[in-house]
Design a protein around this ligand. Structure first.
Ligand code: ZN
Length: 145
């Protein structure tokens, strides 16, 4: 993702992107293309709205630990300062947050990862979500290799 887009997420959701994510060694960053920026932005906003609604403490606040593309689709993982709630035995207040993330991970299959236009998941060769135009470019570049 372009640095200025990434920076906008860091600026607008400072609690969700702690320093370790932004400046770790090496910095992890968002390992996705620009086409999903709006999706990620809305996802972060929705997660914070829910965290505020249930009056989540700072220690519980969702922190992004991974945001990447795998098998063509989005993988977005959060934890908090207490631990990794994904491994909690008790159903936690994080349950609703995971539902919100699941919706976004499903939604990404209809958004071109490169440009954000409506797209679909292509499953031959490397899996990817592309609109028709980006797929044409992709195929042309594949042919040139
Ligand atoms: Zn596209």
């Amino acid at each position: 993702m372009k640095k200025d887009l990434e920076q906008k997420l860091f600026n607008d959701f400072p609690k969700m992107f702690p320093n370790v994510f932004k400046a770790g060694y090496p910095p992890v960053g968002l390992q996705i293309e620009d086409g999903w920026f709006a999706l990620i932005y809305k996802l972060c906003a929705d997660l914070e709205t829910e965290a505020k609604r249930v009056e989540m403490s700072d220690a519980m606040w969702p922190r992004v630990i991974q945001c990447k593309e795998k098998f063509g689709t989005l993988r977005f993982n959060v934890a908090n300062d207490i631990g990794n709630p994904q491994f909690d035995e008790e159903p936690s207040v994080f349950g609703r947050l995971f539902e919100i993330i699941e919706v976004a991970e499903e939604h990404c299959k209809t958004i071109c990862a490169d440009c954000g236009a409506p797209g679909k998941l292509y499953r031959e060769q490397a899996w990817r979500v592309h609109c028709k135009s980006c797929e044409v470019i992709y195929q042309r570049e594949l042919g040139e290799r």
